[in-house]
Design a protein. Structure first.
Length: 386
């Protein structure tokens, strides 16, 4: 199959211009952006770059285009060409941003090649930009970790997270969490985990990792709920109607047995949390009227899910479930639960909420809940199933 090529980045970079007062080269370059698209745009920019060997932006834009499309060798080639013609010093904000991005990309490319010395040198150049550099300061910890200098990396991350926590990217927080856990600093890891929860997308294994940290810190209720974050994700891919049932098979059952043992050792409150999670027929008031007294998104999720199961879903539940979407944007089962709530709350408006089903299909086009979503779309639209 032919690889799909993305031209949007190149078009956007061209449209942005260089900033400042345009000269003749800049005007000619902008004309390309206004006149061509797709493969012809790439060809024209390539020709322009050859004809104007001292023009930085054409080289930079081509490098970004190729890195976006996964052609790292060609990206590397054009970044090196761009470096040779980069404005010294860059004057406009656009120039400063592009030069810093060039240094950061070269650092990453050398890192991928195992040349940590050059990667570090370019990272220092990227991080030196007072305006655009702070996010790139975190990359030094990845370099140190790759060289088995984990204590230095952890010390650096401690310092950076105190100073500029908002600049940490998802991969930076993941590295920081792992190093904290490896060094037995679970209590320190929890605020970083919860920062990750609030800002970045779930990945498989995150719930179990968080569960271990909460358990080590003595927060057993959250440990139980965090582990079931992974269970709920798996359930959406396996089409298990009740993945938390005691007789569920395979990996899910093993997790459940472990959590039940933990709850039994911890006492009644944690056993109540398991009741909340299971939503069984013998569910006490806990599962229908509150979230187990825990200020935690998974408690809120299971509380609302139980209300859907017992057909007690309200407008308030609908709004609260929507606020939880950032935690579950990768979960087919979350959107299926949301759809089930819509069927209870506003059955006459089903057509208006079909995008919920489309999200399920986009997440897992061949999965069991995608099949259910297609069936619902067919039903709502009045199509005949073959």
């Amino acid at each position: 199959m032919k690889k799909k090529v993305c031209f949007a980045v190149l078009a956007a970079l061209l449209a942005a211009g260089c900033g400042g007062r345009p000269g003749s080269e800049e005007l000619a370059y902008r004309e390309i952006a206004n006149s061509y698209t797709g493969e012809e745009l790439v060809r024209r920019v390539t020709d322009f770059e050859i004809a104007h060997p001292g023009y930085f932006k054409a080289k930079f834009d081509l490098a970004m285009h190729y890195i976006q499309n996964g052609d790292l060798d060609r990206a590397y080639e054009y970044f090196l060409r761009a470096e040779g013609t980069a404005p010294r010093p860059p004057v406009s904000p656009a120039e400063r941003s592009e030069v810093t991005q060039m240094f950061a990309c070269l650092s990453q490319l050398y890192f991928n090649r195992g040349d940590y010395e050059k990667a570090g040198a370019y990272n220092q150049k990227a991080a030196a930009d007072p305006e655009n550099g702070p996010p790139h300061r975190y990359f030094a910890a990845h370099l140190q970790t790759a060289q088995n200098r984990r204590e230095e990396a952890l010390s650096l991350l401690d310092s950076l997270y105190r100073e500029i926590p908002q600049e940490a990217a998802a991969e930076d927080l993941r590295l920081y969490m792992i190093l904290l856990r490896q060094n037995g600093r679970e209590s320190d890891c929890i605020p970083v985990l919860e920062d990750y929860f609030s800002r970045f997308r779930f990945f498989p294994g995150l719930g179990l990792f968080a569960s271990e940290c909460y358990q080590a810190a003595g927060q057993t209720g959250k440990a139980l709920l965090a582990a079931f974050w992974d269970v709920e994700y798996d359930a959406g891919l396996q089409n298990s109607e009740n993945p938390t049932a005691p007789n569920a098979g395979g990996t899910l059952a093993a997790r459940i047995r472990e959590l039940e043992t933990l709850a039994a050792k911890s006492g009644v409150p944690e056993a109540g949390v398991l009741d909340l999670i299971r939503g069984s027929n013998e569910l006490s008031t806990l599962g229908l009227t509150d979230a187990g007294g825990l200020d935690f998104f998974m408690a809120d999720y299971f509380f609302i899910r139980n209300r859907i199961r017992y057909e007690a879903f309200t407008n308030e539940d609908f709004n609260n479930l929507l606020t939880l979407e950032p935690y579950f944007s990768a979960f087919p089962l979350y959107y299926w639960n949301l759809w089930q709530g819509i069927l209870q709350l506003a059955p006459a408006l089903q057509k208006d909420f079909l995008p919920i089903l489309e999200k399920i299909i986009a997440l897992e086009s061949s999965g069991p809940y995608a099949s259910k979503a297609w069936g619902e779309i067919t039903r709502v639209m009045g199509f005949t199933q073959s």
